[in-house]
Design a binder for this molecule. Sequence first.
Ligand code: F0G
Length: 402
Amino acid sequence: MEYQDGEALVCMDCGATHEPEGGLLVCGKCGGLLEVAYPRSVFRSVSFNGRGVWRYRSILPRVERTVTLGEGDTPLVKVERLGESLGLRNLYVKFEGANPTGSFKDRGMTVAVSIALKFHARSVACASTGNTSASMSAYAARAGLRSIVFLPDGYVAPGKLLQAVAHGSTIVRVRGNFDEALKTLLSHREELGVYVLNSVNPYRVEGQKTVAFEIWEGLNRTPDFVVYPVGNAANISSGWKGFKELVEAGLADSKPRMIGVQAEGAAPIAKAFLRGEEAIETVEKPETVATAIRIGRPFSWKRALKALRDSRGTAVTVSDGEILRAQVDLARMEGLFAEPAGAAPVAGLARLSKQGFFKGDETIVAVVTGHGLKDPSVNIEPYAELIIHPGENPAEALRKLL
Ligand code: F0G
């Protein structure tokens, strides 16, 4: 389909096309998720200029004022020691913890908050396991918008909560899990008069797809595999959209295979994929140490399953123990400190590698989505610690300790 006048919003379920307009979140006809679609001419004249997310402006929605904190352009690090321990010779980490608020959410938020201004929103809101709220609060502050965050009470990492507070958001603690917090927000969004910035918002996906462009440019090729932690499943779907658009623009000649990693206690998508089922079974009481992905009713499950299947990828579940092991390995072998959800892709790779899934020479990129400083409540054991009095000899005390 040709859209003569810039981008349009297309329903991923029924295919209906909608004019972009303020507040439209889901398909007016069937309630399906919307995706931003561009005229073909856009892909014929792609040009990349500058740095970060807005380097890819020519394949992003048109905005009037850009609300930016310099997001994107994150390190792509070859992790040789970690790779060797997993039997993977060409393993890279895309360290999204290096974004301004410490997670990949900033990529989506710079676009979606810029769009919120274009649609003349006064207030923005989201439900969040923590990172979305941290990011939204910062970008809303920068844009001069009011922001309200709906958080699952008691299950948001302290660093993330502090960020929302610091940036001046109003905090609504919902006595329930993330799924319930999101439902509460969505069913009252009109009364609240807010523009919703959860990843149901199609503009978030547009910003988040830019990680694919950076990976492709950073490696100078398409990797064989890209590995994502999966919660609501928007991010893995965004990455897949980005890789598809590189091919559509005639820049890349292949697409990677996508791997989705979920925590055992919150794995509706991985389970459906592995059982070959068409639909997910929701998890009523999701549980995992990786609170960022403690989600039982992922909004974008359909497009994530499609991404996994269309890319001939796979899914894997990992235990909390494996996630914490991966967190320590990343930190101690490579100097990269990830929050538990951010380390989940590494745990997934360890699992798959043990199962003989890889040959060993494939080029693999693990998307490490959030910074370890976000979650100081995680116990990192074991570690060496020495308590001494002034004047005591630390070398002697250390000898006794070790
Ligand atoms: N990793 C981190 C660090 C996250 O914060 C999230 C999601 C994900 C992975 C999963 O991404 O939901 O697109 O599959 N955090 C959301 C939040 C839910 O509210 O911050 P997804």
